[in-house]
Design a binder for this molecule. Structure first.
Ligand SMILES: [Zn+2]
Length: 77
């Protein structure tokens, strides 16, 4: 079952300089600009976006193309 995190969190963009590593953290999420899926930057259960650019598990995310990823900070609604 797929959970739409936008129903639970309000997301805002995180400042992120080009060429620097993406931020990670319990309140940081990655939005895939290819398929619009949002997943946690530190997923503790298997997570992946629809197009396969982002996949994660056990607290780490694998990113195929970081140019297509927008880091966002999530706050519970
Ligand atoms: Zn994607």
């Amino acid at each position: 079952m797929k959970l739409d995190l936008r129903k639970i969190y309000r997301f805002e963009a995180v400042e992120h300089g080009a060429g620097t590593p993406l931020p990670t953290g319990g309140d940081v999420f990655y939005e895939c600009m290819e398929c619009n899926t949002v997943i946690s930057s530190v997923p503790y259960t298997p997570a992946a976006c629809d197009c396969g650019n982002l996949s994660g598990n056990k607290g780490a995310t694998t990113i195929r193309d970081s140019a297509k990823v927008k880091p966002v900070r999530g706050r519970l609604k």
